[in-house]
Write a protein that binds this ligand. Sequence first.
Ligand code: CP3
Length: 346
Amino acid sequence: MSKPKLIRAFSEDSLESPPVWLMRQAGRYLPEYRALKEKHTFLELCKSAELATEVTLQPLRRFNLDAAIVFADILLPAEAIGFSVDFNPGPKIANPIKDPSDLQRLHQSSFNPAADPTCKTISALRKHFDADSAMADKAVIGFCGSPWTLACYLTDQGPFKHFAATQIFAAKQSKAFVAFIDLLEQCLGDFLLAQIAAGADAVQIFDSWGGLLAAEDYRRFSLPSIQRIVERIKPTGCPVIVYCGGTAHLLNEMKETEADGISLDWKTELSVAEEILGSSMLIQGNLDPAHLFLPQEQLEIEAKLMSQQLKRRNRYIANLGHGILQQTPIESVETFIHAVKSGWQQ
Ligand code: CP3
């Protein structure tokens, strides 16, 4: 069977149009998701492979997307090392790390691809696509948070904007903080490998809060753990994409992750990123999610111009610069997907 289009984008010299998916493409902007949320909590949806498969497929039934991202959350693997995780709707950690001594209650984890709910959802999605010739070209994306971004939620109780408690912990107790990052790195690397064993075609590491750090601190607290996770995945041949929020000042560090692809937020010009990242690294992104609220004609022009900024006609995946917003009009998602798919045709 030939590889899904999104996977071919990593290697083929040219594609007729870019593959496209949207960060947070399953979720509250879809009425069918809201209907399921009337009956189930978010955690119930994540932890039932049957329900999570259904939610993951909802956007693919409506839109011409090239990938399904497994319905889960970056906080779920934290349960495996000793955290108590809930959502309301944002993450609520009952036992955050406040002090280096709290680290002692954490433990190593392991993930069984046949038993872990996220892995089971990935296997079900892969089977679903294999069984239906109309879906044969779709990729299944697995994911995790970066150790730094996970540490932000596990050490700070919000508001989730500046993560002052995390930054203070990292500055005052840097040795203990790095030991925590190392534990998370082990857990998240294991988790991605289990997702790949379950059938993920590509994986994405969300370093959503990496941009809070200046380059020097990024090199201490985020980059090394991402590099080591990428290194562990390389032998599988599964492409790894690293998303970093607020990356404009970190493009050199992004290159050093040695990931197969870099997902950029909307504050980074794609043409500038292309100069720094070089032609062999795939680029993903980067429409401002708020621009899905523009008038349709304007959105269409912007979506076409986005991919035309690049010199290349390969190694590009169209996406948003961050997760889709809850109030986004469905019509705008259709306009965006249609426009990016025709962006290379003029
Ligand atoms: O469709 C998909 O993209 C897959 C599902 C997915 C979710 N979370 C579902 C979700 C993915 C890939 C994530 C990743 C995630 N979770 C990230 C990284 C991406 C990013 O946004 O930077 C982060 C930082 C989290 C942590 C998290 N989980 C937050 C901050 C929130 C609150 C968000 C909000 O909009 O209120 C969540 C909850 C969450 N994760 C929801 C969904 C659909 C909303 C829960 C609900 O429906 O009640």
